[in-house]
Design a binder for this molecule. Structure first.
Ligand SMILES: [Zn+2]
Length: 283
């Protein structure tokens, strides 16, 4: 799975060009029309509809966690393309053998396939009566952003950012229990305040005693690999950020720390303070 994660995460500018040529124009038109029909019509405009948001953020920033929390708060599906690929691979779905070939040959997954998976997921959502969505991992390229923009209105793109030193420490502190698969983090991040930036403290997420002696580190969580992963991500995401910034849809959010410090501030930035109050009151 680490190989697959890396495949999905790391697309350098050079490989991206090859990767774009792998999708034919006709294939992309077909995929984008499938995507369009997978989106509920009554949902494509109007003020009363559910949110249609996109989450951007580099690997390790906690994008999936915040997207999942917001999706349960707002009652909209959290659609992570990484999960869709993993699910398709482990299923016997129509794309699974094609996907397995691509992954085994170390190739990149084309826009067409990603859009097909996304369309299928949105159709399922529609069938279940779900509306709105929070996308995580899509769009990853300007091409994908253009296709998405062509078929629906994205309200907001939230770009989660964390100071690089904290991000690297967090990635290097990751541990997995070799027995139960639990995810932990042994990094205790404490960056003193300087240059007007507040102190940043993120406590470790320590394992329970039964996992302590079974912790392993992912082989690709080395400082060199983590830095390279960030560099590749930044190169790739900058044009996507610019795409949405120029359309006035990009919200930059600097995470002030871990979830306890960041959650309320994020809700505030999204004008959702009331939502959390209601949920807390109901709970
Ligand atoms: Zn364990």
């Amino acid at each position: 799975m680490a190989v697959l994660n890396r495949l999905i995460m790391c697309r350098s500018a050079a490989s991206l060009r090859n990767f774009c040529t792998e999708s034919t124009e006709a294939g992309l038109r077909r995929a984008s029309s499938a995507l369009s029909s997978a989106l509920p019509v009554e949902n494509s405009k109007g003020k009363g509809r559910s949110v249609q948001w996109v989450f951007l953020g580099c690997p390790g920033v906690g994008k999936g966690t915040y997207a999942a929390r917001l999706s349960s708060l707002l009652g909209v599906p959290h659609i992570a393309t990484g999960d869709l690929v993993r699910q398709e691979l482990s299923s016997r779905g129509p794309l699974s053998s094609q996907l397995a070939d691509i992954v085994n040959q170390g190739k990149l997954i084309s826009d067409e396939i990603i859009i097909d998976l996304l369309s299928k997921r949105l159709e399922d959502a529609q069938a279940k009566g779900e509306t709105g969505f929070i996308l995580d991992g899509f769009p990853r390229t300007v091409r994908q952003a253009e296709i998405l923009e062509g078929v629906t209105d994205i309200d907001l793109v939230i770009n989660l950012k964390l100071r690089e030193e904290a991000l690297i420490a967090k990635c290097l502190g990751r541990r997995i229990c070799s027995e139960c698969g639990g995810n932990y983090n042994v990094a205790c991040i404490d960056i003193k305040s300087e240059d007007g930036r507040p102190r940043m403290y993120m406590p470790p997420l320590l394992p329970p005693p039964q996992c302590e002696s079974k912790l392993i580190t992912r082989s690709d969580d080395t400082e060199e690999v983590v830095k390279e992963r960030l560099r590749v991500y930044n190169d790739m995401s900058r044009p996507v950020e610019e795409f949405y910034r120029s359309r006035g849809k990009l919200l930059e959010f600097d995470l002030p720390g871990g979830i306890p410090e960041s959650w309320q501030k994020l809700l505030h930035a999204l004008n959702l303070d009331d939502h959390d109050d209601k949920r807390t009151a109901a709970a």
